[in-house]
Design a protein around this ligand. Sequence first.
Ligand SMILES: NC(=O)c1ccc[n+]([C@@H]2O[C@H](COP(=O)([O-])OP(=O)(O)OC[C@H]3O[C@@H](n4cnc5c(N)ncnc54)[C@H](OP(=O)(O)O)[C@@H]3O)[C@@H](O)[C@H]2O)c1
Length: 219
Amino acid sequence: MTTHTPPTPEPPPHIAVLGAGHTGPALAKVLTEAGYPVSIAASGDPEKIALIMSFLAPDAKPRWAADAIEEADVVILALPLHRFADLDPARFAGKIVIDTMNYWPPTDGVQALFDNPSLGSSEIVQAHLPGATIVKTLNHIGYHELDESRRPAGSPRRRSLGVAGDDPAAAALTAAILDRVGYDTVTLPTLAAGRALQPGGPVFGADLTRDRFDQEVSS
Ligand SMILES: NC(=O)c1ccc[n+]([C@@H]2O[C@H](COP(=O)([O-])OP(=O)(O)OC[C@H]3O[C@@H](n4cnc5c(N)ncnc54)[C@H](OP(=O)(O)O)[C@@H]3O)[C@@H](O)[C@H]2O)c1
């Protein structure tokens, strides 16, 4: 597994967060505070989320989802998996897409599209967004921890996040974004390897430094 962090991208990429429930605003807050331009969208009119976003992530721009995707370099999927099928794959062509979604039948129910034990959920997301480059991360940290778990680079107890993808450049960009937000990263070389990040896996919900995280996903 790769455990060095690539340099911070300049200028910072424009990021669109799809989902404005629990996870989306928490992501928008830490991303804007790290200096990234961020748009955020729910499923409908941005006016409906403008007031709550003015409190939760005031520097993020509420947008219609289609506009947020179009203007973004990187799109973060922070919507429930059962709403994934609503998305139009054509809009994601050429985008780096960070998939934070989890398939968790005990709480969310069985979904036929994702109920395949031989594939990770992000591999299925990749198959349905063929023009996009999917990176799996941020699914294994609670939304309420995203703010408080941030640490400056070099801090001895800095938390590590796993970054899994088939495209090394997209994974490196994602790792650099997370570093600037306040996290170390361990890069897993494929989306298939990212199954280790899923619910029930060795690092799901775990607050681990980079060495410990690397040991857990390598064993
Ligand atoms: N909860 C956590 O700690 C955590 C941590 C990591 C990852 N995740 C993952 O994050 C995802 C979201 O979880 P959550 O707890 O934040 O859900 P949530 O509170 O139910 O929020 C869901 C949001 O997704 C929006 N949405 C639905 N369809 C959409 C679409 N087509 N385009 C844009 N936005 C859409 C909803 O907008 P409307 O209200 O307009 O429908 C709502 O704002 C899940 O896949 C979960 O596995 C959660």
